[in-house]
Design a protein around this ligand. Structure first.
Ligand code: 5RP
Length: 248
């Protein structure tokens, strides 16, 4: 009996993928299905995008694809340079064929929370210039409603002098708590690639009305951008524990 149980658990364990494997299968599938020769490609930010850039580089080398890559952050720029891909910019390529990016949470309507890495503003600008935004993630990011799984809050990028009034206004208007994102060891606030601060909106109420709430938040003076991506994503790929990829 014990031997049988041990063999079953070994078999079960060997079919389970790590989160890194789940990110990788999702990223590879998205790049294979959505990137074609002569494309201008938006490169998102975060740990899952690392695999997407790895796959882009493999395909450029093997298939001799001619691609221009537009970064969404300092990290994305570094990845593009490291893999010897062609680095582009929006000034020269204001229209992209596709943008491939990660997300912190994806609900059943493909509404996203992004900005866990603080790159939401450039990510939203680049995605808004792309014909298609394709999301890559592991299975832990796939939820029914925003806030079901991701507990770090909705990031809101703000002009530094306005962070206290914006915090007070949003808490009064919609409830929850806005917390200034601090750097490691709380040495000071996180400063984005654009020189701004980030407020993480935690314990917000569940709602289906993100469009309206997002529009109201964006009207508050000092708000630069929110990490709510509504009606932007075309498709999401979620790497699963068994190594398969779920498409939504
Ligand atoms: C950065 C982002 C990232 O795409 C998001 O945080 C997901 O990152 P990861 O792939 O590391 O989970 O929005 O601002």
């Amino acid at each position: 009996f014990l031997l049988k149980r041990t063999l079953t658990s070994i078999r079960h364990y060997s079919t389970m993928c790590s989160l890194e494997d789940a990110k990788k299968v999702a990223a590879f599938k998205a790049v294979d299905e959505y990137v074609k020769n002569n494309y201008i490609v938006g490169v998102g930010s975060g740990s899952t995008v690392v695999y997407a850039v790895e796959r882009l580089a493999e395909r450029v080398n093997k298939e001799k694809l001619n691609l221009v890559c537009i970064p969404t952050s300092f990290q994305a720029r570094q990845l593009i340079i490291k893999h010897k891909l062609v680095l582009g910019e929006l000034e020269i390529h204001p229209q992209l064929d596709v943008c491939i990016d990660g997300a912190d949470e994806v609900d059943e309507n493909l509404t996203l929370i992004k900005g866990g890495g603080g790159c939401l503003l450039q990510e939203k600008i680049v995605a808004s210039c792309a014909k298609q935004l394709i999301i890559i993630a592991d299975h832990t990011k796939n939820s029914v409603q925003l806030g079901d799984k991701y507990k770090k809050g909705i990031p809101i990028e703000v002009v530094p002098i306005s962070y206290v009034p914006i915090k007070n206004k949003i808490e009064t208007m919609f409830g929850g708590e806005l917390v200034l994102r601090m750097a490691v060891a709380k040495a000071g606030p996180v400063v984005t690639d654009n020189g701004n601060f980030i407020l993480d909106w935690k314990n917000f109420k569940q709602t289906k009305d993100w469009q309206k709430i997002n529009a109201e938040i964006q009207l508050i003076p000092g708000v630069v951008e929110t990490g709510l991506f509504i009606g932007m994503a075309e498709k999401a790929y979620f790497g699963q524990e068994d190594g398969s990829v779920k498409e939504q």
